[in-house]
Design a binder for this molecule. Structure first.
Ligand code: APR
Ligand code: PHB
Length: 396
């Protein structure tokens, strides 16, 4: 079989790329290791920047998002027992973010791909990529015991942090930057009304907490926990009790608890691959970079990688120009490092580090106090949180 682009991975990056290429008449086949049910079972973040909303609109998958997404013009920082609102819209000339679960974005993309009758190979075993340092790359995989090979012009590595694409690049051709944080996030999803109409990011001497939401009847909460912690150590009651300890009295009083419908612990890391292009192989999304979720940048970075990559591949396949392809990596990395820096900084500010001591807590509280009482400081937080313009760092 032959196609123009083989996309490895049917997460948000792969599905969004497939949709944008389809809209431009470029053929692409997606090869995914897991089942569609497994892909949809993964619970991830849910804050979308305006640039991401624009890309989803271009892909034609924003109808439900417009109906069900929750527009947010600010969020609260809670420290020393008091909440302070960061006025995103007021500080950024009216910009806002949309709260809409990544699972729903993935579902919308899967529905659109199915409706268009496009090919997604699920439950593909032993996926391998070949010849990406030549002009005749291919991807092979096994389904139901049968080995298949897809010849193509380009391979898009949208297969996440643990995927095969980045791992297939010779070590001498790639540089990886990594920082692993000494804690994890214990997340709970519950069919309970959110504790507040906006998100609350908590710096507490007991550790970080985050109050988020998926709708007006479904909430998402996180607690910082030690890396050694296990999800089975946390009953629902223990989770709610600890969350209450980290909240201010008003939020603690308003908190509506209920049974967890999902509970898991995720590690936190900063990770960047340079470059992101290797001949006819292009990495996008988590395959190329990881951010700690504190800044809610993961899906947004994936969306702009995919926007840049789809533009480049459309230019190459339709207009036979290599310009976009040649600039892809540089264009992505300018944006990625800005988001990585903000995510690292916000994570360092809001979490309790094992070796920080009491003075470290005082430094964090002093910085937070500065940020919420300085327009310049608050604007710095707001500008980074709402995200960079699409043409950031692009010199054309
Ligand atoms: N072959 C085929 N598919 C693979 C392989 C492989 N060898 N390895 C992984 N995959 C699939 C995974 O099963 C997954 O469905 O690639 C997909 C990668 O999806 P994600 O990990 O969600 O990455 P991405 O699509 O880039 O989305 C980034 O997800 O993790 C969050 O915070 C992150 O919000 C960001 C978003
Ligand atoms: C979420 O809703 O899952 C979420 C929101 C904001 C973050 C991280 C996660 O910074």
């Amino acid at each position: 079989m032959r196609t123009q682009v083989v996309i490895v991975g049917a997460g948000p990056s792969g599905l969004l790329l497939g949709q944008l290429l389809h809209k431009a008449g470029v053929d692409a086949v997606i090869v995914e290791r897991q089942s569609p049910e497994y892909v949809l079972s993964r619970i991830r973040a849910g804050v979308l920047e305006q640039v991401t909303l624009n890309v989803l609109a271009q892909a034609g998958v924003d109808a439900r998002l417009k109906r069900e997404g929750l527009a947010h013009t600010g969020f609260d920082l809670l420290f020393k027992g008091e909440r302070h609102r960061i006025d995103l819209a007021g500080l950024t000339g009216g910009q806002q973010v949309m709260v809409y679960g990544q699972t729903e974005v993935t579902r919308d993309l899967m529905d659109a791909r199915q409706a268009a009758g496009l090919t997604t190979v699920y439950s593909a075993d032993d996926v391998q990529i070949h010849g990406f340092d030549t002009d005749h790359p291919s991807v092979s995989y096994t389904v139901d015991g049968q080995r298949h090979t897809l010849d193509c012009d380009y391979i898009a590595g949208c297969d996440g942090f643990h995927g095969v694409c980045r791992a297939s690049v010779p070590r001498a051709s790639i540089q990886e930057y990594e920082k692993v944080y000494p804690f994890g996030w214990l997340g709970v999803l519950s069919d309970t009304p959110p504790v507040h109409e906006e998100l609350i990011y908590v710096n507490s001497p007991r550790g970080f907490a985050l109050c988020s939401q998926r709708s007006m009847i479904r909430s998402r909460y996180y607690l910082q926990v030690p890396l050694t912690d296990k999800v089975e150590n946390w009953s629902d009651d223990a989770f709610w009790t600890e969350l209450r300890h980290r909240l201010d009295p008003e939020a603690s009083e308003r908190l509506v608890t209920g049974p967890s419908i999902e509970k898991s612990i995720a590690p936190l890391r900063s990770f960047v691959t340079e470059p992101m292009r290797f001949g006819t192989l292009f990495l996008a999304g988590d395959a190329a970079h990881i951010v700690p979720p504190t800044g809610a940048k993961g899906l947004n970075l994936a969306a702009t990688d995919v926007k840049y990559l789809s533009d480049a591949l459309i230019e190459a396949c339709v207009e036979k120009s290599q310009a976009g392809i040649d600039h892809y990596s540089t264009r992505c990395l300018a944006r990625i490092w800005r988001a990585e820096r903000f995510s690292w900084w916000f994570t360092s500010l809001m979490h309790r580090f094992p070796d920080q001591g009491e003075i470290g807590q005082k430094f964090q509280e002093a910085e937070l106090d500065y940020l919420v009482h300085s327009e310049a400081g608050a604007r710095s937080v707001a500008e980074n949180y709402v995200g960079l313009p699409l043409d950031f760092g692009w010199k054309g």
